[in-house]
Design a protein around this ligand. Structure first.
Ligand code: DAH
Length: 359
């Protein structure tokens, strides 16, 4: 079989180039490509005829088909770029996102932030604004960290108040425990960082206790500031600023009552006037605080003649109950969805000082 090569190929090339240039969109162009270069396409078909040709013709015909193939490929690529660019332009012209529209409510809006998480975020936001960093410590502690180094020795009566959960002693006789307060984070921080120190340490704490206002696990936030000239005026200012920001009021009445904690001297308990939460005429206890005891500084390798500072500790769950009027602490940990829908917060309403803590 002989093929009138030159005629065939020129006509075919012209036909294909015409089809390519008139393909109006990418799917149409793809159809042309398949019909020309696909397995059973018209150009591929020519190649399969090669085998039947005499040796001489095989060479020239083969070369000519390859040239045709290259020309068609190049034309396909060029047309493809043009069509892709116009498809993109078309999309840019028709698809627009108005970034000023409110976020569409979807599954994300179904979720609820637990009130304790909300209050934790609020408290962190307030203290971060005053230059405090967030520190953390483990829930499982040693006697030394939870008590001894905080100036609460073995026979100290304060230990009894804590109703500690102990683990069974290890082979070397040491007993680990679930920390009864976040104060051991003070020790961990002062033992590893040089002053100036300014931290808050939120976390879970554990005590063997359970009624309407006590659960075996609850949350505290510890605060610690150590520097060379830090004094009680700073402590009072920090707590007052915190209370105003947290309860979202311009004024707050505060009362500092003398108290006793082994790790502070002097020690105080702080009450706020309940008008801050819309209940005038009462006082509410919200935290314990004081100037860090020299023994505690010494236990962490700090020289009490050089360094001094203050610490405070408050119950996060209690703050949450007060601010959001939640009566029963146990509901915090019961995993009741109905409760969470009622008291929970929107996932997208992140508390900020600028935008409002709770709205
Ligand atoms: N650790 C104390 C408690 O759990 C609370 C506390 C009181 C922490 C006074 C302090 C502080 O840092 O200065 O009852």
């Amino acid at each position: 079989m002989s093929v009138p090569a030159s005629v065939d190929l020129t006509t075919l090339e012209n036909e294909l180039l015409h089809e390519i240039s008139s393909a109006g969109d990418l799917p149409a162009l793809e159809a042309v490509r398949v019909s020309a270069l696909g397995k059973k396409g018209r150009v591929s078909e020519l190649m399969s005829r090669l085998g039947a040709l005499p040796v001489e013709e095989k060479k020239t015909f083969g070369a000519a088909v390859n040239i045709l193939k290259s020309a068609v490929s190049a034309a396909l690529d060029a047309r493809k770029s043009v069509l892709e660019a116009s498809a993109l332009n078309e999309r840019l012209n028709t698809e627009r996102a108005d970034v000023t529209l409110p976020v569409r409510l979807g599954p994300v809006a179904e979720g609820r932030i637990h009130p304790v998480s909300q209050v934790l975020d609020e408290v962190i936001e307030i203290f971060a604004d005053m230059g405090f960093a967030v520190a953390e410590g483990p829930d499982i502690e040693t006697d030394a960290m939870n008590f001894d180094k905080l100036n609460i020795p073995a026979e100290h009566p304060a230990r009894q108040d804590h109703d500690t959960f102990y683990f069974s002693p290890g082979s070397d006789g040491t007993r680990l425990l679930l920390r009864t307060h976040t104060s051991p984070v003070q020790i961990r921080t002062m033992s590893t960082q040089k002053p100036p120190i300014r931290i808050i340490a939120p976390g879970r704490v554990y005590r063997c206790d359970s009624d309407q206002t006590h659960t075996p696990m609850f949350h505290q936030i510890e605060g610690l500031v150590i520097d060379e000239t830090t004094h009680m005026g700073h402590l009072k200012w920090v707590l007052e600023e915190f209370c105003k920001a947290f309860f979202e009021v311009d004024e707050v009445k505060m009362r500092f009552r003398a108290s006793h904690f082994p790790f502070t001297e002097p020690s105080m308990e702080v009450d706020i006037g309940a008008e801050a939460i819309g209940k005038p005429g009462q006082w509410l206890e919200i935290l314990g605080c004081g100037m860090v005891h020299p023994n505690v500084l010494r236990n962490c390798g700090l020289d009490p003649d050089k360094y001094q500072g203050f610490a405070f500790g408050m119950g996060l769950d209690r703050l949450t109950m007060l601010k959001y009027g939640i009566p029963d602490l146990r509901a915090f940990f019961s995993g009741d969805l109905k409760w969470l829908r009622h008291y929970g917060f929107g996932v997208l309403d992140v508390p900020t000082l600028g935008g409002g803590l709770s709205s």
